[in-house]
Ligand binder design. Structure first.
Ligand SMILES: [Zn+2]
Length: 386
């Protein structure tokens, strides 16, 4: 740019460089006036850059228009309906209004069916929406489930934390201890808890503060009595989640599908090693044993992309998950990373709910996906079941 300005100011070409002249001679085919050559040399890259930029922008817009026209996009809504004390929690009537709007104005598909269609390149209906409810908490069962029943079989998925559903298994007790150690406000230090665990195992105290994974490994060696004592010591609540009987009742309607939400609901950026594999693998195994069907979708607790590390991706793949969801807003399209899928908030007042279920609006408001996607939806493998 600087040399172009210099030429126009003086009205004359600067002295020709030897290399420029010799290059023109080699190319030979095109006769370029030697007086205008520096101008050409300085303008051409600018023009080329401009053309390239315009072409890229045009292609991006064509891709977006194609995406809009081909209806290969899905809105996945997320709700909890569990924190009734939150100032922003919706009252019963607002939940009913939103669900009625959803039923009447959108095409609500079971999540696995919608993802199956996307992965296979099949078009989705206009305003295709799937609903996922996280945590399977008791307040959801008491408040929102009766409203969903009013909506004539509106399909939805429940992201269940199998480790926190009441049971007498060691897995359940370990989950409650890990949940207590990662979620409770008033919790002892990891060292203090490990010392208690080690006293059951007859192991000498260690000086250093253990990692959460080291704590998890010690818990795995404890008897149920010892684990029960630790749960009591931590005072981990256990009446917040639906029971297996209640989950069975929901599934018997045929419109409810369960997906994994980990064993103990940790923040995945801190989860590693054997503990990570247990959170991912065991939650799937327990659900599959209870349901008798394949579980292919994982929902990250807290929904942050920071938790999706390389070991986490590898664990998801190794354990047979096809998809994983966050709580970052956006549309689910085939070009999205299948382990970083977005979801849009459903627990919002009516006007916002209408905006959050508007495909066109979401298409233009979301940020463009990263240029390289490690695992696009279109690369998900094999036949997809429920
Ligand atoms: Zn959750």
């Amino acid at each position: 740019m600087k040399s172009t300005l210099r030429i126009s100011r003086t009205g004359r070409s600067p002295p020709k460089m030897k290399s420029e002249l010799s290059t023109a001679g080699i190319d030979g085919d095109t006769q370029i006036d030697s007086a205008s050559q520096p101008r050409v040399n300085s303008v051409l890259p600018v023009l080329t850059r401009g053309v390239r930029r315009t072409a890229t922008a045009t292609l991006t817009w064509l891709a977006r228009v194609n995406c809009l026209l081909s209806s290969r996009k899905l809105i996945v809504l997320v709700a909890h309906y569990c924190d009734r004390d939150k100032p922003t929690a919706l009252d019963t009537e607002s939940i009913r209004t939103n669900l009625t709007y959803l039923r009447e104005s959108c095409t609500v598909l079971p999540l696995h069916e919608a993802l199956n269609r996307l992965a296979r390149g099949k078009p989705l209906p206009r305003r295709a929406v799937s609903l996922v409810i996280d945590d399977a908490a008791l307040p959801f069962y008491r408040v929102a489930w009766p409203l969903l029943k009013e909506c004539d079989g509106l399909p939805f998925s429940l992201a269940v934390i199998p480790g926190l559903i009441r049971s007498d298994s060691s897995d359940h007790l370990i989950s409650r201890v890990m949940y207590g150690m990662t979620s409770l406000r008033d919790r002892p230090s990891r060292k203090e808890l490990l010392d208690r665990a080690n006293s059951w195992l007859g192991i000498e105290d260690r000086e250093e503060e253990p990692t959460l994974e080291a704590l998890f490994l010690s818990l795995q060696r404890l008897s149920r009595d010892a684990l029960g004592e630790l749960v009591q010591y931590l005072d981990v609540p256990n009446e917040d989640f639906m029971t297996w009987e209640q989950l069975t009742e929901l599934r018997s309607t045929g419109s409810v599908h369960l997906v994994s939400h980990s064993m103990s609901h940790p923040r995945f950026r801190y989860v590693e090693g054997d503990w990570l594999d247990w959170e991912v693998r065991r939650s799937k195994e327990i659900l599959e044993n209870q349901l008798g069907e394949d579980v292919q979708t994982f929902v990250f607790p807290y929904g942050s992309p920071k938790g999706v590390t390389t070991p986490v991706r590898e664990s998801l793949k190794r354990n047979g998950y096809h998809f994983a969801f966050l709580t970052t807003p956006g549309l689910v399209t085939v070009d999205k990373d299948r382990f970083l899928l977005p979801r849009v908030d459903a627990e919002v007042p009516e006007a916002q709910f209408r905006r959050n279920t508007n495909t066109l609006r979401l298409s233009f408001s979301e940020r463009r996906p990263a240029p390289t996607i490690p695992n696009p939806i279109s690369a998900s493998l094999g036949p997809l079941g429920p």
